[in-house]
Design a protein around this ligand. Structure first.
Ligand code: ADP
Length: 486
């Protein structure tokens, strides 16, 4: 890890197959959220660097898109092997720059490797169609072709896998890519790009630009050579990018915010529901767009459920992600911590009862880290900020309900539509809930639904398009109808 960080200090952007520094010469300090100390320093660029990278990707597109799918697949397969064999090193970097427990970070790296393998395989299955013509002397053929240069922008919460989920299908489809990772987590992206270099991809096929988000983002949407924007992050920034993309009618895939309901019926297996909630709420310290944000529990089991949940939370070790027994790490930064604490205080002011946790942790090992206690709030109502805004932290707001139709109404009463969870043992209700919930992802008795081959994405203001599986490859393909007169 040390070696990698030293080598990245001066030249940490990968443009046209070379490691370069920012045109403007600026640098950026990366902070370890577990300690508040520096985890590394990297170059910090702007639109000029993005422009260079877009030009490189544009030049590389011609040859890369003309390779056979089998040839492109070989590079992706090399990358899969490299990412897998560097699992522990990449996980250490992720944990040092964004705080997640090592066990989760290793899982994330394997997830990223799995994406490279899956798309190495799927690259070979970009099939077209032939369609019967209504006149005898014509033949209709439908081809699929790569959309072109992709501008990809990723968040800090899954700093390796979010990159993999975009660049694996893009490269498989025959696109070339310019990636801008989040400012908080460039170190793992740099290490991943070192592996991309090692995997032997031709120069310019995958480029890394670290820099000012507004400036780089603007260049990506202003530059007509970019044909697709692939973004994961906040709904606010997603809307800005969509507006910018309108200028040249760039294609967009947007994975935005969520406000997931987690519904526990009176016939649920409560132990399974607690385990599912723990996964969906406390993994990554609650910093996932598919995290539970509202817990609706049938009033007849509310007390039993919160008792079991609190027992589970008492056992959960909060700490530095790099220590072996940590289950819940710190939040990413002070701003994130402030927001979580604000949601807790706002709920209290409006009549919510904090029944577990509720405070920042600062004593002893917690020192300057951005730690929040796992927290449970009872008597939450619709008026509270936590019931409407994404908290992105380890806080469970409990809202009791009595009736299936009413809970469906409450669950759908949001501008978001990413993930929803339901625990029940009634088969008919499973189907009803799966159909009624206005969400792109529904976990039925499953608090952790993501898999490489499944389409991940949101309805409403949670986004456009899907990542994962064959749907994720579609996002990087154009359709061409060719009519042959014979
Ligand atoms: P969060 O608040 O979770 O960090 P953001 O949407 O701000 O979510 O960040 C997600 C990604 O979007 C990051 O890579 C960030 O640098 C980038 N980003 C932030 N603002 C802009 C912008 N105006 N244009 C383009 N990208 C942006």
């Amino acid at each position: 890890m040390e070696k990698s960080m030293q080598t990245v200090q001066v030249k940490s952007m990968f443009v046209n197959g070379e490691w370069v520094q920012a045109e403007g010469g600026d640098t950026l300090r990366v902070i370890n959220p577990a300690t508040g100390e520096e985890a590394g320093t990297v170059s910090y660029g702007d639109a000029r660097d993005a422009k260079n990278a877009i030009e490189a990707a544009h030049q590389a597109f011609k040859d890369w898109s003309r390779l056979t799918a089998r040839e492109r697949s070989k590079y992706l397969y090399n990358l899969y092997e490299l990412v897998r064999s560097h699992r522990d090193e990449l996980a250490g970097i992720i944990s040092a720059e964004m705080g997640k427990p090592l066990r989760e970070a290793k899982g994330e790296v394997l997830g990223a490797a799995d994406n490279f393998m899956w798309y190495a395989e799927e690259a070979k299955r970009v099939y077209g169609e032939t369609i019967p013509s209504s006149v005898p002397n014509k033949r209709i053929m439908v081809n699929r072709q790569p959309v072109g240069v992709v501008g990809a922008i990723t968040p800090w919460n899954f700093p390796v896998n979010m990159v993999a989920r975009k660049i694996a299908p893009a490269l498989a489809a025959g696109c070339t890519v310019v990636l801008k990772p989040a400012e908080s987590t460039p170190l793992s992206a740099i290490r991943l790009f070192e592996l991309i270099e090692q995997a032997g991809f031709p120069k310019g096929v995958a480029n890394l630009v670290i820099g000012n988000p507004e400036s780089v983002g603007q260049e990506m949407t202003d530059n007509p050579k970019v044909r697709k924007i692939a973004f994961t992050g906040s709904t606010r920034v997603g809307k800005l990018l969509m507006e910018g993309a309108a200028k040249h009618v760039q294609r967009v895939s947007l994975e935005l915010g969520g406000h997931a309901p987690f519904i526990v019926f009176d016939d649920a297996d409560l132990d399974a529901a607690v385990a599912g909630l723990f996964e969906s709420k406390f993994r990554n310290s609650g910093q996932m767009c598919i995290c539970t944000n509202r817990l609706y529990v049938h009033e007849s089991v509310a007390e039993a459920f919160s008792g079991k949940l609190i027992e589970r939370l008492k056992k959960a070790k909060v700490g530095d992600g790099r220590s072996k027994d940590t289950e819940i790490g710190p939040l990413i930064n002070q701003r994130a911590l402030d927001k979580v604490l604000r949601h807790i205080r706002d709920a209290e002011d409006k009549g919510g009862r904090v029944v577990f946790g509720g405070q920042r942790l600062t004593e002893g090992e917690y020192g300057k880290g951005f730690y929040c206690e796992p927290t449970v709030i009872a008597d939450v109502t619709k008026e509270m900020d936590i019931a409407n805004e994404e908290t992105f932290g380890p806080v469970v707001p409990i809202m009791p309900f009595t009736d299936e139709a009413a809970v469906i109404g409450m669950a759908n009463d949001t501008t978001y539509g990413l993930a929803a969870y339901v625990y029940t043992q009634n088969n008919s209700r499973c189907f009803r809930m799966a159909e009624e919930l206005e969400y792109g992802i529904v976990g039925i008795n499953d608090g952790s639904p993501t898999q490489t081959q499944a389409p991940f994405g949101g309805w409403k203001e949670s986004g456009i398009g899907r990542e994962g599986g064959r749907h994720g490859l579609e996002a990087f393909l154009e359709t061409k109808f060719v009519s042959f007169g014979i």
